[in-house]
Design a protein around this ligand. Structure first.
Ligand SMILES: Nc1ncnc2c1ncn2[C@@H]1O[C@H](COP(=O)(O)OP(=O)(O)OP(=O)(O)O)[C@@H](O)[C@H]1O
Length: 960
């Protein structure tokens, strides 16, 4: 069982975790700083990767290219460890000449420029493509344009030196060749005339290109150091004859002071952050454009710009170039934008991407375009997705990732459509082969659920709110595929027999002996037509499986959320090979999307074959020093759409309230195996006592009392297991009524152990305290259990913030039970209330339940009660059949009908001491505690779940 933490404890843990991470990051930064030193010359001599990115083990977000260096680094890292859903062709990589040449195009020229490139650009790009192939897909073109080409792998520098054309092609801002024609072409247009371009290149310029490439970044390949200053000298030659200007810093912007120069103004006009001040008649720019401007100016033969004070000219020397780099922010000026397509409805997707003029021009060519003024994003019909992606690929400075493959598969019909159709009606399934009793009892929304499941070919996650009748729907869906049985039903241990009862109730055609409830690890898993097994036993019995089950139901499927658990490892392969998979959960994910992953692939094994891809898109995956953190959430709207389209059906109580009765009662048949041998012997002895002839009236009552008390004792472990299962299933606030002090104490003790917030009201609670406790329960934020005495807390209290009442014990007076139910079902309650009666076979419950039912019937006949318990009774076969049982029943009936016996029994029961053979009053015995511990730990459910709870955090993180 999981150990529930309070909200406060969770917060504390999270706080500590964050602090630890911050300390770790600081330490690593300091170490990194020490090892690299602050000297720029050291930085300059390092490879570009170590310079551009933060230390490899610092947190970074692979999906957000906030910083060029980081993008470069991250891309390398993520591409090595991630399963990127993007088809390769969608990535922005320039490994082919056709792709690489796009870098030269003016963005507006996309449609025409793409197909026909000049031979020169093809030739030159072919020359450099090996270098670019080494660049990660997300290296922004700005890095390439801004003189960072040489920052790549040392080998890359080498290639540049040996292929001068490549340098020209890749250093656009330094290309005298194109600039000598027109500055505009410098920024965008590919060199059109190879002949002119080639002739225009002066020898010195070529040399300068090489030096810029190698030295500008400070990344110097071995053996090139001596050459750099020489080349630099050549490049500085122009200073003598050119127009001079200076850059002046002004806050986070800088100003350029220079006389009129048409070429330079053309350059200015291409910088996104440009601003002209008519008062001073100067242009100013954001610092992000500084590098790009300097590079461009450097290439203009008619201009010499003095760099900003304090910022070294990147041309100065290889050893000082790093200083300039570290002083200046990265320059994303030439508008490299990166983003992704995100689904926003069943028929539309949105381009989640930054501003780019060319991209917007392209968007405007899409027929289905729509601009959302609120989100300030463009969206389109799915059918235009491919067209848009194809077109965007021609924009060299834009990377728009397409929808992941999983989404295109799930929404294939929408992607291929020519006109949008919002919702296809789900066809009515032919249920003529299913027991009419079941079909006729389905509520309309349940019938719709069955239709949905069959339309999905029997594979779905049915995630209806708690208490909406997932069981009846699951049985109906499974019965539709009855020809493919044997059926496997995997459930929490505490509800195995409840499921058996449900099959018996809803499928009368199914012979009871065809139902196999697996109780121990020695049982056979495939012995019946319907096989019901707990999660924990499944992992012990999976080896028995020779042939796979074709139809599988998993109740409370969120029990599989942690992929590392034995239960998940046992179940997932079964789901993969099964033809029909019916997952049931009222709370498929309790805290984060990562919890959904196993359930999604349980239903659709081909969706997101790698968790990492899912994590990147929906869990806001972040790389941390210790590995990947998948505990966040992102793109939740899209995830919801995907789930609804292909995986999940979820209705909330409020959606179907009109179809629900105000109270829904359910008998939960407790697992007989949970009653220990010792308790069983005590029960049998007590039952025997009751049937012994020739007893006085008093002796008979004592015998009955002992039987009632022994029942309480015997049920404790199963009751506790059920309560913990409820908590694990996400039930947040509920009431547990019991009668015996030992039961109340055992429950509160367990809740304390598990740190579950709870209150207790019994006969010893003062009336002043009762109100306070009620209030306290109301204020609890999440999980909270009110442990209440049936007789001491059944009146006058309001617990309408809960919508579930659990009766751990029965009580012979139905009026008391109904009053207790109404603590929740009262004014202020807007929901349908669920009531669970926990009954254990072979105990006094066998007699108490029919007795209650009988009394209710009488009350109903007298017009005093509209309640009907008979349906439940019929469902659970709670009929005493043999004559001996009838005798005990009679005894119960007689005893409880006599005046005053209630009080007598109450008093005796409340203070029952299980340690005493006679059941005489006394304190809770160690004996009972031992029994509880022994049984709840038997098969280690408690132990295991506690581990899993703490393991949750880990389960959403992967080591590097
Ligand atoms: N169509 C129906 N006719 C009669 N009883 C129904 C119907 N649907 C549900 N019930 C009853 O409602 C109660 C709740 O149903 P069930 O246990 O299947 O809910 P659930 O959705 O599985 O809830 P949880 O998530 O809490 O397990 C049960 O007693 C069930 O028998």
């Amino acid at each position: 069982m999981p150990l529930r933490l309070t909200e406060e404890q969770r917060k504390k843990i999270e706080e500590n975790r964050q602090k630890a991470l911050a300390r770790r990051a600081e330490k690593l930064l300091a170490e990194q700083h020490q090892s690299t030193g602050s000297s720029s010359s050291i930085i300059a001599s390092n490879s570009s990767q170590s310079k551009q990115g933060p230390p490899p083990n610092l947190p970074r977000d692979p999906s957000k290219p906030v910083n060029h260096g980081v993008v470069f680094m991250q891309q390398n890292l993520s591409s090595s460890s991630s399963d990127d859903q993007r088809p390769h062709s969608h990535s922005f990589h320039l490994s082919t000449p056709e792709q690489a040449k796009g870098i030269w195009k003016r963005q507006g020229d996309v449609p025409t420029a793409c197909p026909d490139q000049s031979p020169l650009s093809q030739m030159t790009l072919t020359g450099i493509s090996p270098l670019l192939a080494q660049s990660p897909p997300e290296v922004p073109s700005q890095q390439l344009l801004g003189g960072t080409l040489g920052q790549g792998h040392p080998q890359a520098s080498h290639e540049i030196r040996s292929t001068p054309f490549a340098n020209r092609t890749h250093e656009p801002l330094a290309k005298a060749k194109s600039l000598q024609k027109t500055p505009a072409s410098f920024f965008g247009q590919p060199p059109r005339d190879p002949g002119v371009g080639a002739k225009a290149v002066r020898p010195s310029t070529l040399g300068q290109d090489i030096s810029d490439t190698n030295c500008g970044s400070g990344s110097v390949a071995p053996g090139t150091e001596g050459r750099c200053p020489q080349k630099l000298g050549a490049s500085l030659h122009k200073a003598g004859s050119s127009q001079k200007g200076t850059c002046i810093r002004s806050g986070d912007r800088f100003q350029v002071k220079i006389g009129y120069n048409a070429e330079l103004i053309a350059v200015f006009k291409h910088l996104p952050s440009r601003s002209y001040d008519p008062a001073t008649k100067t242009w100013n720019f954001s610092m992000t454009d500084y590098s790009a401007l300097m590079k461009a100016a450097q290439s203009l033969p008619t201009v010499t710009l003095q760099p900003l004070e304090g910022a070294e000219d990147s041309r100065a020397s290889p050893s000082t170039a790093g200083v300039a780099q570290t002083c200046l922010p990265a320059a994303p000026s030439l508008a490299f934008v990166k983003g992704q397509c995100v689904l926003i409805s069943r028929v539309r997707f949105e381009a989640d991407i930054g501003y780019s003029e060319d991209l917007i021009a392209l968007f405007k060519q899409m027929e289905s375009r729509n601009y959302d003024v609120k989100t300030r994003k463009w969206n389109f019909l799915l059918e235009e997705h491919s067209k848009l992606i194809q077109s965007v690929r021609c924009l060299p400075q834009v990377q728009l990732d397409p929808l992941p493959k999983t989404l295109t598969l799930a929404f294939a019909s929408q992607l291929e459509k020519t006109s949008p159709c919002l919702t296809e009606p789900i066809p009515e399934a032919d249920l003529s082969g299913v027991d009419p009793k079941l079909v006729s009892n389905l509520l309309p929304f349940q019938r719709a659920g069955v239709n949905f499941a069959i339309a999905k070919r029997g594979r779905l996650l049915l995630a209806d709110d708690m208490g909406l009748g997932k069981t009846i729907q699951a049985i109906c869906i499974a019965a539709f595929y009855q020809k493919e049985w044997p059926l496997l039903v995997v459930v929490p241990s505490s509800v195995r027999f409840t499921w058996e009862q449900a099959f018996l109730r809803w499928l009368p055609s199914l012979s009871p002996d065809r139902i196999n409830v697996v109780v121990t690890s020695r049982d056979r898993l495939m012995a019946g037509l319907v096989n019901i097994v707990s999660f924990d036993l499944l992992s012990k019995l999976e080896k028995q499986l020779k042939t796979p089950f074709k139809v599988v139901i998993i109740d409370e499927s969120h029990f599989l959320k942690n992929i590392r658990t034995a239960r998940c490892r046992a179940a997932m392969p079964l789901l993969k090979v099964a033809k029909r998979v019916i997952l049931l959960s009222g709370t498929p994910a309790m805290s984060r999307p990562a919890e959904l992953y196993t359930q999604i692939i349980g239903v659709r094994p081909t969706f997101f074959p790698q968790f990492h891809a899912f994590g990147l898109r929906y869990c806001d995956a972040k790389r941390q020093p210790w590995g990947w953190d998948y505990s966040g959430s992102s793109n939740l709207g899209e995830l919801k759409l995907l789930l609804e389209e292909a995986v999940m059906l979820r209705r909330l109580k409020c959606d179907v309230l009109a179809q629900l009765p105000p109270k829904q009662r359910k008998i939960v048949a407790l697992v007989p195996g949970q009653i220990s041998t010792k308790a069983r012997a005590a029960l049998d002895a007590a039952a025997k006592e009751m049937t012994t002839m020739n007893k006085t009236k008093r002796q008979q009552k004592e015998a009955l009392l002992l039987f009632f008390n022994r029942t309480a004792e015997a049920k404790i472990p199963s009751v506790i297991e059920y309560i913990l299962d409820l908590l694990e299933s996400g039930r947040e606030k509920f009431l547990v009524f019991a009668h015996h002090k030992v039961v109340l104490s055992a429950i509160t003790r367990e809740l304390e152990k598990k740190h579950v917030p709870h209150i207790r009201i019994d006969g010893s609670t003062s009336s002043a305290d009762r109100e306070d406790l009620c209030q306290q329960f109301h204020l609890f934020e999440k999980h909270a259990v009110a442990v209440l005495s049936i007789t001491a807390a059944n009146m006058g209290l309001t617990f309408s913030s809960a919508d579930l009442v659990v009766f751990a014990e029965l009580f012979w007076n139905p009026g008391v039970l109904l009053q207790a139910e109404d603590r929740v079902h009262r004014i202020g309650q807007s929901s349908s209330v669920s009531i669970h009666y926990l009954v254990a076979r072979g105990t006094a419950d066998d007699y108490l339940w029919p007795l209650i039912q009988e009394k209710i019937k009488v009350l109903g006949e007298a017009g005093l009660s509209q309640t009907n318990f008979s349906e439940m009774t019929e469902a659970t076969n709670y009929f005493y059949k043999d004559p001996k049982q009838q005798k005990i029943y009679d005894l119960f009936q007689k005893s409880f009908e006599e005046d005053g016996s209630d009080m007598e029994l109450l008093e005796a029961a409340e203070s029952f001491d299980p340690g005493s053979a006679s059941g005489a009053p006394g304190s809770d015995s160690q004996d009972l505690e031992d029994t509880v511990d022994e049984i709840t730990l038997m098969g280690s459910p408690v132990k295991k779940r506690r581990y899993e709870f703490f393991d949750n955090f880990d389960s959403f993180t992967f080591p590097l």
